[in-house]
Design a protein around this ligand. Sequence first.
Ligand code: TRP
Ligand code: SF4
Length: 538
Amino acid sequence: MTRDHNTETDESVREDPRTDGGASAEGADATSLDPWGSSTISDYRKLFEEFGIEEFDAVLPEVPDPHYLMRRGVIFGHRDYRPVAEAMRDGDDFAVLSGFMPTGDPHIGHKLVFDEIIWHQEQGGDAYGLIADLEAHSARGMSWAEIDEHARDYLLSLLALGFDPEEGELYRQSDNRELQDLAFELGSKANYSEFEAIYGFDGSTNVSHVQSVVTQMADILYPQLEEPKPTVIPVGPDQDPHVRLARDLADRMRFFKVTEAYASFELRDAERPLVAAAYDAREEFAEDPETPRCEEAGEWLSAADLDAHGVVAAESARESAVEKLANAGMEPLRPRVRFLDANATDEAFDALIEAVEGEKRRYDEHVDAFDLSFDEADELAREVEIEHGGYGFRAPSSLYHRFMTGLTGGKMSSSIPASHISLLDDPEEGYDKVKSATTGGRETAEKQRELGGEADKCPVYELYAYLLSGDDDAFATEVYEECVGGERLCGGCKEQAAELMEEFLEDHQEKREEMEEVLADLDISTESARRDVAPGDD
Ligand code: TRP
Ligand code: SF4
């Protein structure tokens, strides 16, 4: 576990003009999501099918004035981005946060994340950028001296690209006491066997590495410390295991769990739509449709044509739902929202019951409300939780971007300098690297004119799409079309890209210099007071 995941990519993932073809190559590595391993994404589709990441395209129309990385499919996936898009549209509070392990130079892969943070800040979000120094020390064995040097470089680039430190917050994990307090609380809701299952930890994993994971959980929820709000975490898909765990922990911290129910018994998520369908069909089976009975609903459900009712469900869910309904006998079937007591104090639970308006029924571990919608109930549960000292966290959202292809063809890797462009590379060196990059060109100019280039397999085209075209979609499209149409030849195309890269690096580095002063005035320290005894390694 030594590679820099941010630079990992796979060659097999570029197929359509917007680079989001999700194609798979034969013989490519199996997809695995390992935050500290080499995450080769051999097939982006698998991330949707196997890991439940959602396709970004489906929410794109809900995003006001989307960023070019969104428009071009570089940002290809998300979890639960809708609440963030909604807050953006409505001018409500939301936040963006991402973190960087200071293990090497920031490079053009990190720039994608810097840009995502900055864009969300410009859209009105509270923005946070953090230096994951505890993680770098414990999981990557970096010394504090090395960490300090790189931390500075990440921060300067983030500022140079437009992060507004007056409005946003920058911190390093090791310096943030509030963060560590939150990490400690979150840690008490997770257990070690989960870490084994999620991260492959075992008896040889150093304990500080474990602590760095709870610290990352706290990072992800940190923007909500003062007040819950939709929060987006832009990262590479290798970080998805962290996002899932953070979403889970946010939920486990809640005082109350709000669900929809139809009778005194609990329903599993798989059973709920079935019982809902039965309720909707009550005219068909109830002796008195005003008061349908559970056992009547059970009989109906056992024989119902579910397709006709538009419900897709596993047979096992039907069987168990039928059994629950039968066992409830003559109990009326009646929709309600249910507040389950998860972590609430007695006082908070009593206060919640008090606050529920309209008809309600109290049980030992839950209270049912008959006149509240699910959203009203959810809101109320959060309010009461916060009033009684809870956090009321919303599950954090995430965005996933594609990994860039290495300039030398395979993976972009920090250990192969020619494969990537560091934001600190000399502009001429950047120029040279682009000039010697592999391309999607044909063997001869003649063939290229005849068949067109393979822009989808070209790292140089990727540079245009991910970086060099900036916000100018027309330019990116022009390069693509000229390439595949055979009008563009690689020599000239690379020359143009190399010049643009040189300009970009010149400009960026100038801005970095200007930011030295700004950084010096910020609270964040670039000199750790920690002692360099041997750092962790596993
Ligand atoms: N684990 C991340 C990485 O390997 C760094 C990180 C730490 C992070 N805390 C975070 C990323 C919170 C996103 C959100 O680069
Ligand atoms: Fe790549 Fe440009 Fe050659 Fe097309 S013309 S294959 S985009 S270098």
